[in-house]
Design a protein around this ligand. Structure first.
Ligand SMILES: Nc1ncnc2c1ncn2[C@@H]1O[C@H](COP(=O)(O)OP(=O)(O)OP(=O)(O)O)[C@@H](O)[C@H]1O
Length: 709
């Protein structure tokens, strides 16, 4: 505040200095007056440029904006005041310009300071507005860069837009001419020419507008495709924790509705704003030619509406953001309930879920109600202002017609322009509001587009032969959302041709080891090596092909059984699929299905039993011929024969096998058992060794395997 006052006083001082210099110059040149209106405007503009440059050079940020506004007021108020005075002065009074007196200078300075103070403190509202504006500008410019590949289309669209607007603008003028000819105020001979002109211009308007609309829609569709591709690509690169923080409903909403809205708002609003701006300028020119008095009255409406709109936009923006958040939450709530319908049903929680959904809907309803009230009040005030201005205009039009300064045709033309003129202005303001309110959505989409995944970049190792030896060296790891370490200095080795079993009580850290081995997370300390090289040094695709995971609840996608088995593979033949299926004993049940390997398995494999899902997952993993295979409770739903078959196949070719199991019959088969508790390796050895040692493993054996002997 102190800075604003100091720099404001300095600008005032410069203004006084410049005015004194001008008066001194005029006196020295011996001029009797301060020059005409043109000279006054010229001086005001030059002074404005000078003060603007000084303010920009001395300050920056918000202070610079305030001072630039203040300088503009200081420079424009005297010529505006003088123009008004001359317009209202009797024609006999000479246009001599302001007299060089100090009281006028101080009056100008005081009124500029007062207006600036009121604007900055009462009307401009939010203190961070300038920063927000800068951000808005930066964000919108960024969106425009995505249109670059369509620049030629856009140039064509904007050219048709301008041609269309030209035609649109001259239609009412031609109509006015036709009316004047019909009412006898102009020569009847020109009737055919006037009608022909009107028809030609109307055809041009329709043709150019159609072309403009079509090209814009094509560019918009291409932009949407580009943005969705980029966003989906960026999402697919993110680390697993990102998907834990951002639920699927929210991400899907960003990808679909938000990207659509982003493209639509920017493209359509740019289109509408340019169209309305060009139209407004052309119409203003024609309207001034018809009657400057009525045009002036039309223009008074603008700043009043702008101030109201400004206030309304900030409220509208806030509510729109709240509505979007609420929508995303509701969507998420409903999709969670629907996808977990089995759990909901088995716990008879339908009523609770309905109640939760109702509460969320009430919240959304309350926001929408508030939005409706604001919109109604805004509309009422806006209409009242328009009504008052229109009444004054009608009175003025009556006196102009009676004094012969305006013909009936010109008045009709004027009114034909006036309505679209205010519609144009409203459209510009609406587009501005709409664009500003979409900035929140755009910045969220951009933040996802720009997000750098918090995981190591893939390396380029892809050796032809891989032994499959895994070594965990003092691995310490905490989940990003938790401070408590899930693994504390874990060291273990998985050897080729051997089964290593991870056992331990719930929460011991077994799944965390598996997740690190599959590179779903990165350890904070220590390292994991595959054949002596860090995991991230391998090529992404190669690594996941060589280290396969079969989990207890495999993720299957809707589609055929075969498409699920071949997921991620390019050159997979049906013979190979059948061969693996036969080896693990799954071919029989698949052959009994209606369309065998082409049977549709339903949403997330919903048409398969849990055991069948595990078999499909095992085929999917084995068909890639991995060197390391992780079975995370992967055979828990299989019968004993199927389980044996899977284990036999898994161990073939000297693979490294890591099992996480709660079944004693599996653990007993392991060559090496690692007992994990509280994130640390407590004991390791063969089953017999651990039993003999009578340590933690032995004591917890009953508890660990009680349900699955
Ligand atoms: N996504 C996660 N975010 C934060 N903490 C987690 C997450 N997953 C697991 N944890 C925590 O990490 C610790 C180890 O969990 P982990 O899943 O590795 O245990 P586990 O031995 O596999 O257990 P279980 O046998 O029940 O599957 C636990 O304290 C758990 O609460």
């Amino acid at each position: 505040m102190k800075e604003v006052i100091i720099y404001g006083l300095f600008i005032l001082f410069l203004d006084v200095l410049l005015c004194s210099a001008r008066w001194a110059g005029l006196l020295l040149l011996g001029c009797s007056s301060c020059g005409g209106l043109t000279e006054l405007w010229l001086f005001g503009l030059m002074k404005g440029v000078f003060l603007h440059v000084c303010a920009s050079a001395l300050t920056d940020g918000k202070l610079r904006t305030v001072l630039c506004r203040f300088s503009a007021l200081l420079c424009l108020l005297p010529p505006v005041f003088e123009t008004g005075r001359i317009l209202h002065a009797p024609p006999s009074e000479p246009d001599s310009g302001p007299s060089p007196n100090l009281s006028l200078l101080f009056l100008g300075a005081a009124s500029s300071s007062l207006a600036c103070g009121i604007w900055e403190n009462l009307l401009s509202g939010d203190k961070n507005k300038e920063n927000v504006k800068l951000d808005t500008k930066r964000i919108l410019m960024r969106v425009l860069t995505y249109f670059k590949p369509d620049s030629l289309y856009l140039i064509a669209a904007f050219s048709f837009l301008i041609l269309g607007v030209f035609c649109d603008t001259y239609i009412p003028l031609c109509q006015g001419k036709v009316i004047d000819i019909l009412s006898g105020q102009e020569l009847q001979t020109g009737f055919g020419y006037a009608v022909g002109q009107l028809v030609l211009i109307s055809i041009g308007s329709a043709l150019f507008s159609g072309m403009r609309g079509g090209i814009f829609m094509c560019s918009l569709a291409r932009l949407n495709k580009r943005l969705k591709h980029l966003l989906f690509h960026s999402l697919l690169q993110q680390e697993v924790h990102f998907f834990e923080e951002n639920n699927p409903g929210k991400l899907s909403s960003r990808l679909h509705s938000d990207v659509d809205r982003m493209g639509r708002t920017v493209a359509l609003n740019a289109n509408a704003t340019v169209r309305s701006a060009v139209k407004t300028i052309l119409m203003l020119r024609v309207m001034l030619g018809l009657s400057w008095e009525l045009t002036l009255l039309t223009c008074i409406e603008m700043p009043l509406l702008a101030v109201m709109q400004n206030k309304y936009i900030s409220l509208y923006k806030e509510l729109k953001e709240q509505t979007q958040e609420c929508h995303a939450q509701n969507k998420d709530l409903a999709s969670q309930t629907v996808s977990g319908i089995r759990t909901v049903r088995s716990f008879r929680a339908e009523k609770d879920e309905l109640r939760r959904y109702d509460v969320a809907l009430d919240e959304l309803c309350a926001i929408k109600r508030r939005s409706g009230i604001y919109s109604a009040v805004h509309l009422l005030i806006r209409r009242m202002v328009s009504l008052v201005i229109k009444t004054i205009m009608l009175i003025q039009a009556r006196s102009l017609i009676s004094s012969g300064q305006l013909s009936i045709g010109s008045l009709v033309s004027f009114f034909l322009y006036q309505k679209p003129m205010s519609v144009n202005l409203k459209e510009i303001m609406y587009c501005y509001g709409e664009t500003v309110s979409t900035v929140g959505v755009i910045s969220k989409v951009l933040s996802y587009l720009d997000r750098t995944p918090k995981c190591q970049k893939e390396g380029d190792l892809a050796p032809e032969s891989l032994e499959g030896r895994i070594v965990f060296q003092n691995v310490t790891f905490s989940y990003p959302s938790s401070d408590k370490p899930a693994l504390k200095s874990v060291s273990l080795e998985l050897q080729p041709g051997r089964i290593t079993a991870l056992v331990g009580p719930s929460g011991g850290g077994k799944t965390s080891c598996v997740s690190l081995l599959k590179r779903l997370y990165e350890p904070q300390e220590g390292q994991i090596l595959l054949d002596g090289a860090l995991l991230h040094h391998y090529k992404h695709k190669y690594f996941h092909q060589k280290v396969a995971l079969v989990s207890q609840n495999p993720e299957l996608f809707s589609g055929s059984l075969r498409s699920n088995i071949e997921y991620g593979l390019k050159d997979c033949t049906i013979e190979k699929v059948e061969e693996v299926a036969k080896k693990i004993g799954a071919h029989d049940f698949i052959s009994e299905m209606e369309n065998k390997y082409d049977t549709d398995i339903g949403e997330r494999g919903g048409k398969l039993s849990e055991g069948q899902k595990q078999s499909v997952a095992a085929i999917r993993a084995l068909i890639q011929d991995p060197r390391v295979i992780i079975l995370d409770e992967a055979t828990s739903k299989l019968d004993v024969d199927a389980e044996q078959a899977v284990l036999r196949e898994v161990l073939a070719h000297g693979r490294t096998v890591l099992v996480v199991a709660h079944q004693l019959r599996i653990v007993e088969k392991a060559d090496h058992i690692v007992f994990l508790e509280d994130g640390s390796v407590q004991e390791e050895g063969t089953h017999e060794e651990l039993i003999e040692r009578k340590g933690r493993y032995h004591r917890l054996k009953e508890e660990l395997f009680s349900e699955n002997p």
